[in-house]
Design a binder for this molecule. Structure first.
Ligand SMILES: [Zn+2]
Length: 178
């Protein structure tokens, strides 16, 4: 066997080893939820920010802008009322970026991430703590935390995981930015 052929075989073996190593334990692909922020008016960017926050904190679900020709799971609107979410099932529904809370000074990315949190199956928890995303407006108006805490993130991962530890979301459930 030539020296050159040996080198090629060695390179192939190394390549194969790397490929096998990278293919290691199979994890389920995240569930993709498409959102449509085209009617969120001046809040389109903050809606994207709310989605990015969740995408950086959970592995089992991804929030993505809806591609052309596809039906969105989530519709986002803006109006002069209080921010609120209408959930039709886990991962599906619509929510409103309400200017009433924005005008009172509540942090817009926190509102957006909170409302997405309802779509992802989290209820309101009026703990008054800024560290809790789902404490909503029970936390001080000065609260600028827009990230779910570890318990909130793990609940969402469980909701979209393969285990049976899911939070039941009833059809037509309503939450506001309480
Ligand atoms: Zn809420």
């Amino acid at each position: 066997m030539s020296r050159r052929l040996l080198a090629v075989l060695a390179a192939l073996a190394t390549f194969a080893g790397i490929t096998v190593g990278a293919a290691a334990p199979a994890t389920a692909a995240p569930r993709i939820l498409y959102y449509d922020a085209s009617q969120a008016q001046e809040f389109r960017a903050v809606v994207d920010q709310g989605a990015s926050i969740w995408n950086s904190r959970v592995a089992n679900v991804r929030l993505q802008p809806v591609p052309a020709g596809r039906t969105p799971n989530i519709l986002v609107y803006a109006d002069n009322g209080w921010p609120r979410t209408y959930t039709t099932s886990l991962g599906n529904g619509r929510w409103y970026m309400g200017r009433q809370a924005v005008n009172q000074g509540y942090y817009k990315p926190r509102i957006a991430a909170h409302e997405f949190g309802h779509i992802l199956g989290l209820p309101d928890r009026r703990t008054g703590l800024c560290a809790d995303l789902m404490s909503g407006s029970s936390a001080p108006v000065s609260c600028t935390n827009a990230n779910p805490n570890s318990r909130e993130a793990s609940t969402v991962n469980a909701n979209f995981g393969s285990s049976s530890a899911r939070v039941l979301v009833s059809v037509g459930e309503f939450h506001d930015f309480q």
